[in-house]
Design a protein around this ligand. Structure first.
Ligand code: ATP
Length: 350
């Protein structure tokens, strides 16, 4: 089985090919489990980089308009090189249906529909946040992990129960990466700010910032205002960066631990671009270690937005017969992970 994946929810115009000789392993209820070392994932990406400020939806969409056809062409060329039989070079076209920026998603949806119709293969509509989780589950081999998605526009904990990925806890305002990026824009650093905060924090002394966890949910807006106030008052950015990391990642780690405890699960996977941060991974790994849980962070190419995770999740869905008629394939900028029927796992697990 070979699946084309297309991603373009915000900044990464990306196309990928997922190939496996063992599609049965992608489903539950068989005696097979996936072997990532035997499967093949090829990714071609072209990131949008704003000249100043944060991601501008219209500019990002313009980028998608020119970059998506290019990355899809490269990925399809790669698929063609590996294709040795009759018929289409891929068995299905999977695309990010949401959540994301509407103008970008519409370009991705149009591209996916046109490729699927040209090749006469089915369409598969993938929830981008579920894909972040599924790539971690696939790579780790974990059965039913809790997932911390720490990305630009999102921050939440997901756990599987009775046919759906339930949102166990989430941000009450901005996504975690976007919150960090807002602070870095305030101090004049170019987008994306997360890696710069990580570098600066290495030379910083911890500064106290508001720690806001309410039950299973958390909030970043007060921390960001306080961090900006500190910068305006002349506190070194290195110190604020250290305070930001310890505070924000401490909050995420606390809620991740509570999610493990609540579900009784002993497996945690990480998803999203903020997962590139070594301090976040260290805190999560230490917490898991202390409670005897297993922790997995996907390799960097699968953490931030990428079409590899869309192709893999699309392959699971396609193997379960979960395809999408073109007339029902509208994108959804607010597509929540708990709206997805997890057809590839069945409803008999918890
Ligand atoms: P979503 O998956 O919600 O659509 P997105 O497209 O905005 O999100 P991702 O690609 O998952 O985001 O991640 C991008 C974010 O990750 C940016 O906000 C960036 O600042 C942040 N980031 C990247 N590297 C690091 C790092 N080393 N430390 C902290 N944050 C980081």
């Amino acid at each position: 089985m070979r699946i084309l994946g297309i991603e373009g929810t915000a900044w990464a115009a990306s196309a990928a090919v997922f190939e496996t000789d063992d599609p049965d392993a992608l489903r539950v209820g068989t005696d097979r489990t996936p072997d990532p070392s035997a499967d093949h994932i090829f990714i071609e990406s072209n990131p949008y980089q704003p000249d100043s400020g944060g991601i501008h939806p219209r500019e990002a969409a313009e980028h998608m308009g020119s970059a998506i056809p290019e990355v899809v062409e490269v990925a399809l060329g790669h698929a063609a090189e590996r294709h040795d039989g009759d018929g289409p070079v891929v068995d299905a076209v999977a695309f990010s249906r949401g959540p994301g920026l509407g103008p970008c998603l519409r370009i991705v949806g149009t591209a996916a529909r046109s490729v699927a119709q040209t090749l006469d293969v089915p369409l598969v509509g993938v929830n981008h946040m579920v894909a972040h989780l599924e790539i971690g589950r696939y790579q780790s081999g974990f059965e039913s992990p809790v997932c911390l998605n720490a990305s630009g526009a999102n921050a939440h904990l997901l756990g599987y129960h009775n046919g759906r990925y339930r949102v166990l806890g989430e941000t009450m305002d901005t996504g975690v990466g976007n919150a960090i990026d807002k602070f870095t824009r305030h101090v004049g650093w170019k987008h994306p700010g997360g890696p710069k905060v990580e570098a600066a924090a290495k030379d910083g002394e911890y500064v106290d910032l508001p720690y806001v966890v309410k039950g299973m949910d958390f909030s970043f807006s007060g921390i960001m205002s306080a961090a900006k106030d500190e910068a305006d008052a002349g506190t070194p950015v290195e110190d604020i960066s250290a305070g930001l990391q310890e505070t924000i990642f401490g909050m995420l780690t606390e809620v991740a631990e509570r999610a493990l405890s609540l579900t009784g699960t002993d497996e945690l996977v990480l998803g999203g671009g903020v997962g590139n941060n070594a301090r976040l991974r260290e805190m999560l790994a230490e917490m898991c270690d202390q409670r005897g849980a297993k922790f997995h962070a996907p390799e960097p190419r699968f953490l931030g937005d990428n079409a590899g995770m869309i192709a893999l999740c699309g392959a699971r869905m396609f193997a379960a017969g979960d395809t999408l008629p073109v007339e029902d394939s509208a994108v959804d900028p607010n597509f929540r992970p708990d709206q997805v029927d997890v057809t590839w796992r069945g409803t008999d697990e918890s």
